[in-house]
Write a protein that binds this ligand. Structure first.
Ligand code: ATP
Ligand code: MG
Ligand code: FE
Length: 363
C-alpha cells in the first residue's frame, strides 16, 4: 500500500510517500520511503522571534501542492499510484492543521481514497522504527520536542501510556528561550548546542530541576530563569570585551545543556528501571541534539539497555513520519478508523486517548 503523508501542524510543510510492502515483508521500515519533500518556514518567522500562526497557515497553502509534486517526482509516481492519505490531525496550530486536513481530505475525496488523521506525536515516536537500529516493543520513548517533553511506555503500535511529562516548558522551548537569552536567533536549539561545545565545563552550577523528585515528570522553566539571572549579573558588571562576552555565553550554554541533559538522562534511566523495558527510543526535535545522544548512549552502555535514534533529519517535523504512522495504523486497524468528510482537527490532543484495542495493535 502506498500512503501519502502530509504534515502541517506548525512551521514545516512536509509531504512524503511511503510504501508498506518492505515493512509487511519483514524488511527495514526505511526501505518504504519512496519520496519526500519538506519546507521549513523558520526564516519567515525569524524576524518575529517565534511562529506567527496566520503566516504559518498561509505559507502551508502556498507550499503543499508544489511539495506534493516534488515528492511524487522523487518517488517516480503519479497521483493514481497513491492508495491512502494520512495527515496530521493534531495537536498543533488550528489554522495550520486545517490546511493539511482540508488538502488531504479534498484529495482523498477526488481520488476516492481512504484518509486517516494521525497524531503528530505518534509520528515522532514511531520515527525511530525508520532508523538504522529499529527498536522492539515494548520500549520507552523519550519525546523531546518544541511543544512536548514526555516519557511514554510504547507496548505496540497504538498502545501508549504516559509515564511522565513536563509541568511547564518543553525541552525544545527551554532550548529556544535560553538561546534567545544568549543572543541567538529563533529557534536557537541547534545553535545553542553548537555554542555549548565551545564552552568550558564547571564555570556555572545551574539547577537540575526535579532530578530527584521521585516521579517521571520534568520542569524546565526554573533552569531558563537561572540562565537569565546569570545574564543579568554579567550585564550588571558593565560592557565587557567581545571575546569575554562570547566566552561567557559559551560557558553558560554548556552549563545549560549539561543540566538539561542530566535531567533527561536520569529520568529516562528511571523509566527503564521502573518498567523493566530494555529499549529506549529518542524522538522529537531535541532528539537531534548531539550532547543528549552521546549521554544516552553512555547511559545505555552502563545500565545495559539499548537506545534507538531516528535518522537525524526525521527528528524535527517532516512528512515521512506522518505517512509512516498513518500507514501502520491503516495496516493494523484494517481501515477501521479512516475518515469521514468532517474537518475535525484536534489542536489539543492526548496521545494515549487515541489507543487501539489489544487486537488491533501489533507489538
Ligand atoms: P511538537 O512536536 O511538540 O508539536 P514541534 O513540532 O515544534 O513541537 P519539533 O519539530 O519536534 O517541535 O522540534 C523543534 C524543536 O527542536 C525546537 O525547539 C528546536 O530548537 C529543537 N531542536 C532542533 N535541533 C536541536 C538540537 N540539535 N539541539 C537542541 N534542540 C534542537
Ligand atoms: Mg517546527
Ligand atoms: Fe513536532
Amino acid at each position: 500500500m502506498i500512503v501519502l503523508g502530509i504534515e502541517t501542524s506548525c512551521d514545516e510543510t512536509g509531504v512524503a510517500l511511503y510504501d508498506t510492502s518492505p515493512w509487511e515483508n519483514g524488511r527495514p521500515a526505511s526501505a518504504g520511503v519512496l519520496g519526500q519533500a519538506l519546507h521549513s518556514q523558520i526564516a519567515m518567522h525569524r524576524d518575529y522571534g517565534g511562529v506567527v500562526p496566520e503566516l504559518a497557515s498561509r505559507d502551508h497553502i502556498r507550499r503543499v501542492l508544489p511539495l506534493l509534486d516534488e515528492a511524487l517526482h522523487e518517488a517516480q509516481l503519479k497521483l493514481k499510484d497513491i492508495q491512502a492519505i494520512a495527515f496530521t490531525q493534531g495537536p498543533g496550530l488550528a489554522g495550520a492543521l486545517l490546511v493539511g486536513s482540508a488538502f488531504a481530505k479534498a484529495l482523498a475525496q477526488g481520488l476516492n481514497l481512504p484518509s486517516i488523521g494521525v497524531h503528530h506525536l505518534e509520528g515522532h515516536l514511531l520515527s525511530a522504527l525508520l532508523g538504522p537500529s529499529a527498536p522492539q516493543f515494548p520500549f520507552i520513548a523519550l519525546l523531546v520536542s518544541g511543544g512536548h517533553t514526555q516519557l511514554m511506555l510504547v507496548s505496540g503500535i497504538g498502545q501508549y501510556q504516559l509515564l511522565g511529562e513536563t509541568l511547564d516548558d518543553a525541552a525544545g522551548e527551554a532550548f529556544d528561550k535560553t538561546a534567545k537569552l544568549l543572543g541567538l536567533d529563533y529557534p536557537g536549539g541547534a545553535a545553542l548546542s553548537k555554542l555549548a561545545e565551545k564552552g568550558q565545563a564547571g564555570r556555572f552550577e545551574l539547577p537540575k530541576p526535579m532530578m530527584h523528585s521521585g516521579d517521571l515528570d520534568f520542569s524546565f522553566s526554573g533552569l531558563k530563569t537561572a540562565v537569565l539571572n546569570q545574564v543579568k549579573k554579567f550585564e550588571a558588571l558593565g560592557t565587557a570585551e567581545e571575546n569575554v562576552t562570547a566566552q561567557f555565553h559559551a560557558d553558560l550554554a554548556r552549563a545549560f545543556v549539561e543540566a538539561l541533559v542530566a535531567v533527561l538522562v536520569s529520568k529516562s534511566q528511571k523509566a527503564i528501571k521502573q518498567t523493566g523495558c530494555k529499549h529506549l527510543v529518542l524522538a522529537g526535535g531535541v532528539g537531534a541534539n548531539a550532547q543528549l545522544r552521546s549521554a544516552l548512549t553512555l547511559s545505555a552502555q552502563q545500565n545495559h539497555f539499548a537506545v534507538h535514534y531516528p535518522p537525524l533529519e526525521l527528528c524535527t517535523d517532516n512528512g515521512v513520519m506522518i505517512a509512516f504512522a498513518g500507514a501502520l495504523r491503516l495496516l493494523s486497524a484494517r481501515n477501521g478508523s479512516t475518515h469521514s468528510g468532517a474537518f475535525d482537527i484536534k489542536p489539543r490532543w492526548d496521545l494515549s486517548s487515541n489507543n487501539m484495542t489489544q487486537e488491533e495493535s501489533v507489538g
